[in-house]
Write a protein that binds this ligand. Sequence first.
Ligand code: HEC
Length: 197
Amino acid sequence: MRDSHGILAVCFSLAAVLGGVAALAQPAAGPQTGIVFRNTVTGEQLNIAEGKEGGRDTPAVKQFFQTGKNAYIDDKSCLRNGESLFATSCSGCHGHLAEGKLGPGLNDNYWTYPANTEDAGLFSTIFGGANGMMGPHNENLTPDEMLQVIAWIRHLYTGPVKDAVWLNDEQKKNYTPYKQGETFPKDVKGQCPPLAD
Ligand code: HEC
């Protein structure tokens, strides 16, 4: 299903973009462009206003909801947070380095759902879940946190650079595979403030 990772919506609810407050989540206020996120398995449209409150009004999330482009890729401050969020929410099933365990590996170039090679597809899988044990994570991660987790998953990638379709040409040129043990200083500068302990 090629379109599962997002097509420009003709009617996209303003509330879904700016929302997060349940009271705002009512039928579309008017035509609005943006990505339509769809459940990875069923194709059903996801309501991105649903789930853990907050993390919907950062510049990165606003840009992502419009374009599907993740501004956190390669930002060390976001990678630092993403590593920690991944360790809490994902590594138990996908392995510490996303090498695969109960759930499939996320650090190679094989994807059960090819839509996950796009960050919009990966976001949909995290937000809405997939089959079986892969439940939706929108109750424990905000969209902003999901973008940080996505940046970290992309950072863990060890497959051929040519298959890393989430990187632009410039990023592909500078790409260095993840080295185990790599750490980021707590005060590293970037778009993502440190997570609250
Ligand atoms: C309770 C175990 C469990 C947890 C926790 C979990 N997953 Fe999964 N995940 C799975 C299983 C099992 C599958 C396979 C489901 C399928 O094929 O539909 C899967 C599939 C996936 C896929 C699809 C991979 C592909 O090849 O297309 C992605 C992406 C993914 N998980 C990301 C995550 C992320 C990110 C987190 C943390 C926010 C997470 N998962 C947390 C068990 C889990």
